[in-house]
Design a protein around this ligand. Structure first.
Ligand code: GLU
Length: 447
């Protein structure tokens, strides 16, 4: 395959949620596996609802997931191109003004339904004379504009769904421009895909019907060029089958980040759910890209449980080598010779990344020791070995404490853990003790 060019095209009318991240990731991973380009395109022709703040927020969310686009475009800056396209369609008799109000259209649909007919626009506006149009306009009616579909079946080979077809007899001529003069997304999307030489349109299966219309637009606007290849993937739904839109708030990428979930946990869940690959933790998008294949995406709804993010976050952190997190640790001043051994000791105990700061305090800062049995702790303090300390110090020391006190198992180890770390449980003390060092250990044992 020659290098593909794909695009992720959100409307900046809100922040993206995990379902949108799935679309972004599919495109990004597809382009990464085939050494292609990933374009971020803001579908912001709805100027009343789109904001620059949402657009910036979406870029932040994508960057958090590890997705940095090769180029960014905004449809609001390309209106002249869309106008040129409508002029072309008009010349070819494929673009016509309509004057029906939403109420009139609704009434007609009800009549069609009552007669058992499909609710398809009857093209009444095509029969209006110039005089009738002028009269409607003089009454203050502003036209909306439709694209005249050609009859027949539109066929394409969907990279996920296989051979697909839609009979255009079942579709209304789509509205391309609203009565207020603004473009709906349908036409700008095709104009952009042509101008940006998009080779693959990977998007949710809620867009399948748009594809028939858009393929007709591709043919009308760029008859010489090959239309992109389409791939429509299943949508993420909750365990009960509910779509994501209603739950956008709690599953927005911004709120998942605030909850402390790892970006790679979100990426793995968003990508692997609803595919033949098992959902499992991954260290990087490069690793995820290696096994990524659109052919693995299932046709069934992608049911997922946000609770899985907890386990995946824990497992992702446990996979990270120090080099994977060095910069993140440094941003929290976790630096110096203790940083790497602490990461290795504690990575398997974290349910979110910032918990490492608690263990950093244990080895490098101050904590409140807990003394359950002051006599026993005092005796153990007397037996602390001399430095230098290493990973064998813990067993040498507890061996001596055991011999002196007769304690063993939990009765031996637990009070020492409480005194040294102030925590009920945590990473292996054999690893922590040399990082805590004799001076701090002695102080915590009250020695
Ligand atoms: N703005 C559209 C959406 O977010 C883009 C659909 C497409 O990829 O063509 O659903």
């Amino acid at each position: 395959m020659t290098s593909p060019i794909v695009r992720f095209a959100p409307s900046p009318t809100g922040r993206i949620h995990i379902g949108n991240a799935r679309v972004a990731l599919f495109n990004f991973l597809f382009s990464a596996t085939h050494h292609g380009r990933f374009i971020l395109r803001f579908d912001d022709t709805d100027s009343a609802r789109s904001t620059e703040e949402f657009a910036r927020g979406i870029e932040v969310d994508l960057a958090w997931l590890g997705i940095v686009p090769h180029a960014v475009f905004r449809q609001s800056e390309r209106v002249a191109r869309y106008e040129a396209a409508t002029a072309k369609l008009r010349e070819e008799g494929r673009f016509y003004p309509c004057y029906e109000t939403p109420e009139e259209l609704e009434k007609r649909r009800k009549i069609q339904q009552a007669r058992g007919l499909p609710p398809v626009y009857d093209r009444a506006a095509l029969r209006l004379t110039d005089a009738e149009k002028a009269k409607l306009e003089s009454e203050g009616r502003r036209p909306h504009w439709r694209f005249k579909l050609e009859p027949g079946v539109v066929e394409w080979t969907d990279l996920i769904r296989g051979p697909a077809h839609i009979d255009c007899a079942a579709l209304s001529d789509p509205v391309l421009i609203r009565a207020d003069g603004s473009f709906l997304y349908t036409l700008p999307s095709v104009v952009d895909d042509i101008d940006m030489k998009i080779t693959h349109v990977i998007r949710g299966e809620d867009h399948v019907t748009n594809t028939a219309v858009q393929l007709q637009l591709f043919r009308a606007l760029a008859p010489q060029a090959a239309a992109p290849v389409f791939a429509h993937h299943n949508l993420l739904v909750s365990a009960s089958g509910e779509g994501l839109s209603k739950r956008t708030g709690s599953l927005s990428i911004a709120s998942l980040r605030e909850e402390g979930y790892e970006p790679m946990a979100v990426a793995a869940l968003a990508t692997l759910t609803g595919s033949s690959d098992n959902v499992h933790a991954m260290r990087s998008l490069e690793e995820l890209a290696k096994s990524f294949d659109l052919a693995h995406v299932s046709r069934n709804p992608a049911r997922f449980d946000p609770e899985d993010l907890r386990t995946l976050t824990h497992r992702t952190l446990a996979l990270y080598e120090f080099g994977d997190v060095r910069e993140r640790l440094a941003a929290h001043d976790v630096v110096g010779h203790k940083a790497e051994p602490l990461w290795r000791a504690a990575r398997g105990n974290l349910s979110r990344f910032d918990e490492i700061l608690k263990w950093w305090r244990v080895v490098d800062g101050e904590i409140s020791p807990i003394h359950e049995d002051a006599g026993f702790i005092g005796e153990a303090a007397q037996l602390l070995p001399a430095e230098p300390w290493d990973e064998t110090t813990w067993s040498a020391w507890t061996g001596a404490v055991k011999a002196a006190t007769g304690r063993k198992g939990k009765a031996l180890f637990h009070p020492l853990r409480l005194a040294l770390t102030g925590e009920e449980s945590g990473p292996e003390l054999a690893a922590l003790l040399p990082l805590i060092g004799r001076h701090k250990a002695l102080a915590r044992l009250g020695g």
